[in-house]
Design a protein around this ligand. Structure first.
Ligand SMILES: NC(=O)c1ccc[n+]([C@@H]2O[C@H](COP(=O)([O-])OP(=O)(O)OC[C@H]3O[C@@H](n4cnc5c(N)ncnc54)[C@H](O)[C@@H]3O)[C@@H](O)[C@H]2O)c1
Length: 247
């Protein structure tokens, strides 16, 4: 088992990639603190410690991390997966401040808060892994823009590098994953519902299919495990080749 007894905090655990991570990490022997702003639709495995919290709310995050650490006795992995992608998010000239603020609150401030309250526990251990979920849209421009989302994911990449440099000397590594389009509710609930929009994106993916949740979780599994003990400050692109596709 690749994560035997590692205590992993996974945010956005109720759905999509976070939910898949809970299942796969559990099978690999991890002890999981699953955090989400809403209850999961499907029950977690026995032993997974679920706690409801909004990653953008300082008090809720601090409380949730304390509860989780008390429950399992420590913390080894911060898996910052929670994120939102709003239908009202478009070009800067069309996007309203409320959409911008809400997106940045979850996608960027959420990671800041989990790191703020989580890293001191990793420091106590003298080791740890921080996994931040960014996106391929932080790497390439898009003529069908979602600018708040893109800016939030750029922030995730920049912050990851700063964390890698600051906390590497303490045995803590920080890496980002840039997923391409993955079939989760985040995309399927609105963007991929429209056949023309779906075809437009599918055409750009050399592998000829959208990603599945496990395509990303297996990269995260590597980053959570000791196999990645010298991987620090990386942005792992897992995208079926979409960002390599000039034509
Ligand atoms: N699906 C994609 O194509 C894609 C591509 C690149 C990156 N990502 C990123 O991957 C991550 C996971 O996305 P997903 O596709 O699994 O989405 P999803 O919508 O299926 O799951 C996201 C989860 O985050 C939770 N969440 C939302 N706001 C929260 C908050 N304030 N506090 C705590 N939890 C909150 C939701 O309740 C949900 O359970 C996100 O950061 C997303 O931006 C997704």
């Amino acid at each position: 088992m690749r994560l035997k007894n590692k205590i992993c905090l996974i945010t956005g655990a109720a759905s999509g990639m976070g939910r898949a991570a809970c299942d796969i990490f559990y099978q690999e022997g991890a002890k999981i603190i699953a955090m989400d702003v809403r209850e999961p639709e499907k029950k977690f495995h026995d032993g997974i410690f679920f706690i409801k919290a909004d990653v953008g709310n300082s008090q809720e995050v601090s409380h949730a991390i304390n509860e989780g650490v008390q429950h399992f006795g420590g913390l080894d992995v911060l898996y910052n997966n929670a994120g939102i992608f709003l239908e009202t998010d478009r070009s800067v000239v069309e996007t309203e401040p409320g959409t911008w603020e809400k997106t940045l609150d979850v996608n960027a401030k959420g990671i800041y808060l989990v790191c703020k309250y989580g890293i001191p526990h990793l420091i106590k251990r003298g080791s740890g892994s921080i996994i931040n979920i960014a996106s391929f849209v932080a790497l390439v421009g898009c003529s069908v823009p979602q600018d708040a989302y893109t800016a939030s994911k750029g922030a995730v990449l920049a912050l990851t590098k700063s964390l890698a440099v600051q906390f590497g000397p303490k045995g803590i590594r920080a890496n980002a994953i840039c997923p391409g389009p993955i079939e989760t509710p985040l995309l399927t609930q609105w963007l991929l519902k429209k056949p023309a929009e779906k075809a437009k994106r599918l055409n750009r993916i050399p592998m000829g299919r959208f990603g599945q949740t496990k395509d990303i979780v297996y990269a995260a599994l590597y980053l959570a495990s000791d196999e990645s003990s010298w991987t620090n400050g990386a942005s792992l692109v897992v995208d079926g080749g979409i960002t390599s596709n000039y034509f």
